[in-house]
Design a protein around this ligand. Structure first.
Ligand code: ATP
Length: 290
């Protein structure tokens, strides 16, 4: 196990030696991933498109099994999604025939959670209030904006009272203003409920704004190739975009991304982190600088 994992306070979630191949004999999407999330921290996972971030998140959520390695949540092996882990995807995945209330409570009625009706209603009401949708509980998905729909997805996650929320590009389909509002909401909710979050994002500005720690995935045999502690250097999230130090850190992370990028001319079958990149670290595509 990596020494930094051994020295960190007892992690909520810890993965060791993870590797994933989707087919027997196919090159692995990633190998040798050691990763941990501590209680109450927000970790951002960034990396070039196709390097395996979503695949890794799927393993951590217990949605898929690793080819090698082990994942432990509260020191217990993860075989399927633990009740204390909630997952939020880019698509809010709302059921069109259920109201906002019904969608937010979806899953709480499952036998595995064993929640009585009164408790379920209370949780839904609290979660909708948390995300600012209490007054829209009777609306249906077609009556919601993209930001509202994603807030319902967040409410559905919060209703589980998760110790850890795993989020896969949850705000990437939203406009810039709504995205920033959702980033602020996410950090406030994670702090208020003393939970932790692991956020997969393409948007380096987002990672720098909301996370306590950034992990970089990439390289020819994709794995974790960089780590930055933001809490100590930049202070608590959410952060202002113009905060002193943030530009330097962004440049440093972009530089690392570039160094670990697989060249476009290389054989895509030689690496799971192939060159069909959508990650915006080309200098031309850099996020706006203030
Ligand atoms: N179910 C699957 N079966 C086979 N291959 C898959 C499957 N899901 C993903 N892959 C492959 O695994 C690799 C990593 O994909 P993944 O979606 O995890 O990357 P990513 O870093 O999240 O990409 P992006 O940032 O574009 O969402 C890609 O080459 C992809 O084609």
């Amino acid at each position: 196990m990596a020494t930094w994992i051994q020295t960190m306070p007892t992690p909520l979630l810890a993965a060791q030696g993870l590797a994933l191949s989707y087919r027997r004999g196919a090159p692995p999407v990633f190998t040798d991933v050691d990763l941990a999330v501590r209680p109450r921290e927000i970790v951002a996972l960034v990396g070039e498109s196709g390097c395996g971030k979503s695949s890794l998140l799927g393993l951590l959520a217990g949605l898929n099994a690793p080819s090698c390695g082990e994942i432990r949540f509260r020191d217990t092996p993860v075989r399927r999604t633990p009740g204390e882990i909630a997952v939020v995807f880019q698509d809010p995945c709302l059921l069109p025939w259920l109201s906002v209330e019904g969608n937010a409570g979806f899953g709480l009625g499952f036998r595995s959670l064993g929640l009585p009706h009164v408790e379920r209603r209370a949780r839904v009401a609290e979660a909708l209030a948390d995300v600012g949708l209490a007054e829209h509980a009777r609306r249906y998905p077609h009556q919601l904006s993209g930001g509202m729909a994603q807030r319902v997805a967040l409410a559905r996650a919060l209703g589980r009272r998760p110790a850890l929320i795993l989020l896969d590009e949850p705000f990437s389909a939203l406009d810039a203003i709504t995205r920033e509002a959702m980033q602020t909401l996410l950090t406030e909710l994670v702090h208020r409920h003393a939970s932790a979050a692991l956020l997969v994002t393409h948007d380096l500005d987002e990672a720098l704004r909301v996370s306590d720690r950034v992990l970089l995935m990439g390289g020819r045999s994709a794995g974790l190739v960089g780590e930055w502690e933001l809490l100590e250097t930049l202070g608590p999230a959410p952060r202002e975009r113009h905060l002193r130090g943030i530009l330097d850190l962004r440049a440093e992370i972009l530089d690392a991304l570039t160094r670990h990028r697989v060249p476009a001319a290389s054989d895509p079958s030689a690496s799971p982190c192939h060159a069909a990149s959508g990650f915006s670290f080309d200098p031309i595509a850099l996020p706006e600088t203030p």
